[in-house]
Structures are given as structure tokens and as C-alpha cells.
Design a protein around this ligand. Sequence first.
Ligand code: EPU
Length: 418
Amino acid sequence: MDKLLITGGNPLNGEIRISGAKNAALPILAATLLADTPSYISNVPHLRDITTMVSLLGRMGVEFIVDEKLNIEANSSNVHTFNAPYEMVKTMRASILVLGPLIARFGKAHVSLPGGCAIGARPVNLHIQGLRAMGADIQVEEGYITAQAKRLHGATLCMDIVTVTGTENLMMAATLAEGVTLIENAAREPEVIDLANCLNSMGAHIEGAGTGTIRIEGVEKLSGTHYSVLPDRIETGTYLVAAAMTGGKVKVKKTDAGLLDAVLLKLLEAGATITRGDDWIELDMQGRRPRAVDIHTSPYPAFPTDMQAQLTAMNTIASGVGMLTETVFENRFMHISELQRMGANIRLEGNTAIINGVESLQAAPVMATDLRASAGLVLAGLVANGETLVDRIYHIDRGYERIEEKLTQLGAQICRSH
Ligand code: EPU
């Protein structure tokens, strides 16, 4: 199993390019199931989750041509299988994103229930409830969702909880439904907007993406498109936190500075100097130690849960006390016991972590438990005294493209061992 070996102590300096957003590319690839002619998707990140989605769709009969720059041509005109088996869904929960498109275009789907994961129970009841309200006949048996429908019809869906992939699944399903669908209390994440823009370029009629109410007027069919995925705001934020923690100066390019307001505000509060253009952000910490910050995670535009572990890592070596409250997932604190093994002073009280910054962390062998937790551990390794070995980094390969190359480019001492 691959591991990352990190020798801490180097301030990060330099420039890197940000990749396309994993959490936009995944629903966009699933959306290609809706079109009856080929789609061309660019700025797709080279990640394990993308490979999983491509093989899942490939098993269904979607034909792919991938060029050396990872531009993907997806042709869904010969789809013959409507299954997402447990073996695939258990490796990537986002596989559930095929459910809406399959029912909407083909009237049938047999998709494994994802089950819980390292960050929480993560049910998909709201996906199922919404599809039922649109006329799908859904049975949940033996760990599978079996769905059938003639043609879905529009409905008013009021989501009990803000759910990102739930909003995406229902929005995709509604594009081919008869009549108008309203999704109330919709997720406002930039990735939802990106998916809506992509669907509209395929011929869908979606308004309001990025607000709490999305209106979708169903159309008879969608056609292929050319679409470039938006930059990854979480990858962007992770490198900026790495710069802040190490007292360095880093410019991230090919990103979208408008998508990170909540994160940038916290980094300013931590003492960073930030300059930004439309597609770049530069953070300069001028060798200073960051100040501890309080964080409260919530759906967009509030502070993202996907940046919580990274800010936890920063607070461990900041001056002062930081309170970090996780409200999106009930169990997203697995990195804390690993950080404590590196000398962090953290107390957990319910869903709040109280972090007393220490002068320095000590390297230790640590175990990655999920994608963002692993990012937090890598960041801790960058500042720890000695050599940190992060095990089970397949988690990090799900969401960070060439992380050791990008960090090396910024001056970190990091290598992969097998
Ligand atoms: N929820 C329900 N019922 C549902 C759906 C969700 O109770 O039917 C609950 C969840 O259990 C959770 C909350 O609603 O407590 C929010 O979950 P959400 O559905 O928004 O999460 P998701 O769609 O499964 C996406 C991202 C996650 C990110 C979350 C929150 C993708 C592929 N995944 O997950 O990304 O943390 O939104 O922003 O878009 C990651 O990239 O590391 C990652 C975990």
C-alpha cells in the first residue's frame, strides 16, 4: 500500500496550478448518461474517483475516449446495463449520482445503497424521496435501490437537509421529466452551479442554481456538449493552508478566487496577507506563526466541511486556542487522534474540537482514514519535526492530483513509497 514520507520544516514557496474540481467532474460525468450524442469534458482531474466513475459508466455501455490531457469524450448512445454494483459503490459513494440520470433517460436503475463511511452514516433517503415524488417506483431491498418509471413528472421538492449530491441527482432527473420541478432548500455549492451550467449547455432548462430554489423545466431530450469543469476550491484551499502553516508564500493559479471567500477570511484572520485576481490567489505568511481561528462548518457559502481537517491541522500549531465545530457530518474527526499522536493538544466535546496550539508537532507514523483527514495529516507532516509516514494514502489519491509533485514543486520534502 502506498505511503507518503514527509520531512517537515520547509516553508512552502512558489506557484502551482489547480486541477479541475473532483466534486463537479463526478456529477458532470454521470450527466453524460442523459445525452443521446457524445459529450466532450475537459479540465477533468486525474484522480482515482474519476477512474472509478469512468469504469462504472463504462460497464453500463458508455463509450469513452480519453486523450493525453485527460479530455474525456463520453458517448452514451449504446447504454445497455443500468446497474451500479456494490463492489463499485462501496469504493465511491458518488456512484449514487447515476441513479437520477438512469431513471430519467432509461426508466430503470439498480443501484447499490452506499452505506455508511468514515465520516458518518450518510443516508440517501432524500434522493429516493425526491425521485418517488417525481413518479419513480422505488424498492429498497437487499442493499439495492431498484427504480422504475415511465417518464418522470415535475414536482415540488422541499429538501429537509441541504444535500449536495441529493440536489444534483434530482436536478439531473428533472431535466428529462415532464413539466416543472422546483427544488426548495437546494444546495448552493459552486459544483451544483457547474453541473447546472453543463446540463443547460446540453439543452436543459435550469434556473436558480446557486440559490436555495432551483427551477427545472423538463425537456424531451438532451444532446452532447463541450464543457470545461470548474477549478477545485478545496484543492486550492488546501495548498493555501499549507502555505499559511509553514510560514511560506504560495501563488495558486488556474483557480477561481470567488469560490473561497469563507476560507480566505479565516486565513486573513490567521494573519496571512492575501492578494487575488480572478483566477489566482497569493498567500504570504512572511514566516509568521498563524493565529488560531474558530470555525463552524455549514453548507456553502459558509465554511466547507471539506476544509475542516486542514484548518484543524493549522490550529494545532497556531498561537492561541481555536474552536472548531463540525455540523455537516457527525463523525468527521478521525484525524484528531492521529494529530494527537503527533503532539497536538486537542479536546473533543461533542461535535466541537478545542485546539490549543503547540509550538511544534513531532513526526509519527499516522494513518489516513478518509480523503480530507489525510490532507490534514499531510499538512501536519509538513511542519512536524522529523519524518512523518502517512499510511493508506489511497484516500488522498481519490481527491488530490499528484499531491507529492505539487508539494515538491513548492519546496516540500515529500516522497511516495510503496
Ligand atoms: N443527508 C441525509 N440524507 C440524504 C442526503 C444527505 O441525511 O439523503 C445528510 C448527510 O448524512 C450529511 C448531510 O446531509 O449529514 C450533507 O450531506 P451531502 O448529501 O451534502 O453530502 P454528499 O452529497 O454525500 C458532497 C461531497 C462531499 C462533501 C459534502 C458536503 C461529492 C461527490 N461529495 O457529499 O465531499 O463533504 O457534499 O459538502 O460532491 C470530499 O470531497 O471529500 C467529500 C466528502
